[in-house]
Structures are given as structure tokens and as C-alpha cells.
Design a protein around this ligand. Structure first.
Ligand code: ADP
Ligand code: 5GP
Length: 189
């Protein structure tokens, strides 16, 4: 019989197209549930205005990122819209052993890799109410160049075809409703 859902020591993963609201949902979730440990990824992307090294990401040069990959220091990694992103392995393993719920917010290729290494993890796909709304949000965020937006929207069409691979699909239409549903899916409410 399957164990009761319990957030402790469990690996949760959130994915979905850029601009769908993953970061917004995760920030609100952590505010309500500070016991959740959010993995901080490494990336070769340049920091956006206001992003702090070691807080939003570990910002690495490509050489340093490649060295981490070569050392087996990343649990998964992928290229997304021209930059590399990866999850540092050690802190995730430490937090899981300590019994804390761990949350990864990563893109599709990484999610597929994590599915192989952590088959018991719970993977949630966040989707927008419509493609037009996704585009409106990504433009409204005002953080990406036109070129970066075009690459992200192009990638979004591929990502949106993958929803059936996931343990759960959540539509982020109204933020508060989506947050409540997310809590429910994670066994937090
Ligand atoms: P992601 O992390 O998935 O790339 P963000 O969290 O940065 O996306 O959200 C993209 C934009 O959409 C932000 O400007 C955010 O404020 C807005 N947003 C997020 N969720 C909603 C929602 N439910 N309704 C309307 N706008 C939203
Ligand atoms: P952004 O540049 O908007 O911060 O992130 C771009 C994409 O990279 C998002 O879909 C985000 O979920 C994903 N991402 C962030 N960190 C990681 C990571 O460690 N691994 C992978 N595979 N994707 C990541």
C-alpha cells in the first residue's frame, strides 16, 4: 500500500514554461511554509536586476559550470534558452537526509533527469490558462530581451506538450487558487 503523503524528507519538483508564474507561486509557498527547503540552482545566465548571487542563483562562468558537471556536482543540468542551469547535488541530499521537504523549480529536461534519479519524487507541471496569457505575463515581467522572450516562448510550446508526464498538472489562472491547490497537492493543507 502506498505511504500516506507526507511533505517530510520528500522531493518535490515544479516545472512549467517560463513566465507561467513558478517563481511567484514558490515565493508565496515558502512564505507560508518556511519548513520547505528550496534548492538554489547554478546558472551561466547573467543576473537580472535585483538578483543576488547565492540567493536567487549561483551565477557561474561557463568554465566553472562545466567543472561542476565534470565533478558530478550537479544532480541534473540542462541548457535552456542559451544558458546552462543545474541543481547542486550535495545540499539536496543533505536536506533530504535531514528529513526536510525539498523543492526544485527547474525546466523540463532537468525534471526528466530527476525522475530517473528520484522516482519517488512528486513532480508538478504548472500551466497557463492560455498561451496568450503566458506571453502577456512574460512580457509584463519586463526582465527579458525580445530575443530571450522569443526563445522562451518557442520552448514553451514544447514544454506544454509534456504535461502528461507529470504526477499533477496545475493551471495558474488565479494566483490564490493555484497556491491553495499547490498546498493541497503537496500534502500541506
Ligand atoms: P516563472 O518563474 O514561471 O518564469 P514568474 O513567477 O516570474 O514566472 O511570473 C511571470 C509574471 O507573471 C510575473 O510578472 C508575475 O507577477 C505574473 N504572474 C504570476 N502568476 C500570476 C497569476 N496567477 N496571474 C497573473 N499574473 C501572474
Ligand atoms: P530563468 O532564467 O527564468 O530564471 O529560468 C529559466 C528556466 O530554467 C526556468 O524554466 C527554470 O525553471 C529553469 N531552471 C532554473 N534552475 C534550474 C536548474 O537547476 N536545472 C534546470 N534543469 N532548470 C532550471
Amino acid at each position: 500500500m502506498a505511504a500516506e503523503p507526507s511533505p517530510s524528507g520528500r522531493l518535490f519538483l515544479i516545472t512549467g514554461p517560463s513566465g507561467v508564474g513558478k517563481g511567484t507561486l514558490v515565493t508565496a509557498l515558502l512564505h507560508r511554509h518556511p519548513e520547505i527547503w528550496l534548492s538554489i540552482s547554478a546558472t551561466t545566465r547573467a543576473p537580472r536586476q535585483g538578483e543576488v548571487d547565492g540567493q536567487h542563483y549561483f551565477f557561474l562562468e561557463r568554465g566553472a559550470f562545466d567543472a561542476k558537471v565534470a565533478q558530478g556536482g550537479l544532480l541534473e543540468w540542462a541548457e535552456f534558452a542559451g544558458n546552462c542551469y543545474g541543481t547542486p547535488r550535495e545540499p539536496v541530499e543533505e536536506q533530504l537526509s535531514a528529513g526536510r521537504p525539498v523543492l526544485l523549480e527547474i525546466e523540463l529536461e532537468g525534471a526528466r533527469q530527476v525522475r530517473q534519479s528520484f522516482p519517488s519524487g512528486f513532480q508538478i507541471f504548472i500551466k497557463p490558462p492560455s498561451f496568450a496569457e503566458l506571453e502577456r505575463r512574460i512580457r509584463g515581467r519586463g526582465t527579458d530581451s525580445d530575443e530571450a522572450i522569443a526563445r522562451r516562448l518557442e520552448r514553451a510550446t514544447v514544454e506544454l506538450e509534456a504535461e502528461s508526464e507529470f504526477d499533477a498538472v496545475l493551471v495558474n489562472a488565479d494566483l490564490e487558487t493555484a497556491l491553495t491547490e499547490l498546498e493541497h497537492l503537496m500534502g500541506l493543507s
